[in-house]
Write a protein that binds this ligand. Sequence first.
Ligand SMILES: *Cc1c(COP(=O)(O)O)cnc(C)c1O
Length: 378
Amino acid sequence: MKKRLFTPGPTPIPETVMLKMAEPIIHHRNPEFNEIFTRVNKNLRYLFQTEQPVLTLTCSGTGGVEATFVSLFSPGDTIISFNGGKFGERWVKMPKVYGLNVIEIKVEWGKTPTEEQLLKALHEHPETKGVYLTHSETSTGAATDVKKLAKVIRENSNALVCVDGITAIGAHEMRFDEWGIDACVTGSQKGLMIPPGLAFVALSKRAVAATESSKMPKFYLDLKRALKSYEGNDTPWTPAVSLVVGVDAALQKIVEEGIENVWSRHRRLANAIRAGVSAIGLKLFSEFPSYAVTPVWVPEGVEWKQFNKILKGKFGITIAGGQDDFTGKIFRISHLGYYDELDMITMIGALELTLKECGYKFDLGAGVKGVLQSLASN
Ligand SMILES: *Cc1c(COP(=O)(O)O)cnc(C)c1O
């Protein structure tokens, strides 16, 4: 059976990238690696649309965000953190462990942070040193208007604008320099289309300056140290060499396609999936949909476990379930990374056959038609 992954990380890996990673390993202190890493660094700057450093860390995305907490701040500093899902929640819990004074702003699942919430918190806490936003909240499929909120933060405070871009980079427009972002993190197993194991952290001039004054205890995840190595296109510790080789190949694909085209492809695929599920009467979960992942309510009368078992067992398709209060209530279809238009037809076709087997009543083929109409119209 063909395995088909439709999860928001890990995401499918292009065959050419897999083949590159299967080549004999090279040593990270020889010129061959330096040439690769120099190109990776250049293409990462293109990916984030920045002239600033984008650091490559050997850890998952969570480690990349942890590196920002420990490298940009000092114990007792106040930060504002938006919590609208599993990942926002993590960016409340983690900084507390490090003794930061965390102002948590709760956002209902499926909704997005508002300008009013942000302004209120900034005015109540003028001492705020950083604001954390999750660009695409993977647990709810809700996107945040980072461009707009970054402007609000810049105009009303001196706080660093820190963005979890882990499922946004590659799917949503990101103009790091132009939008005044200070720190933005992504992970290798999401829009970058390679296995888990690398995190990427872009830092503005203000963030680089903050690494100089940070008093947080740290060692492995010290961004100041990583910045020093970066000057020579190097890393302080042994990097995951094979993954760097993989990301080099993946980034070259992104450069070839053009970042604007990558963003618009994600928008087109997200729209097609939404049109497909809506055409068979299913309801979307998020009011502010992400282009990376589409959460959908499990329809009444359908049992999630049975539905998921058929999808996996009969069609080799893995999707993501709901989390916390939404376990068994929603499912999430990813279209982040290595996907094209025909993959969306496959996904909705399998979804229709599975729902039919679960006894859900609808006009068979309506979903596929919805996908096709959406694709043909944009
Ligand atoms: C996947 C994900 C993370 C966590 O990344 P790991 O690589 O699992 O550590 C954080 N934030 C978002 C939005 C994610 O999608």
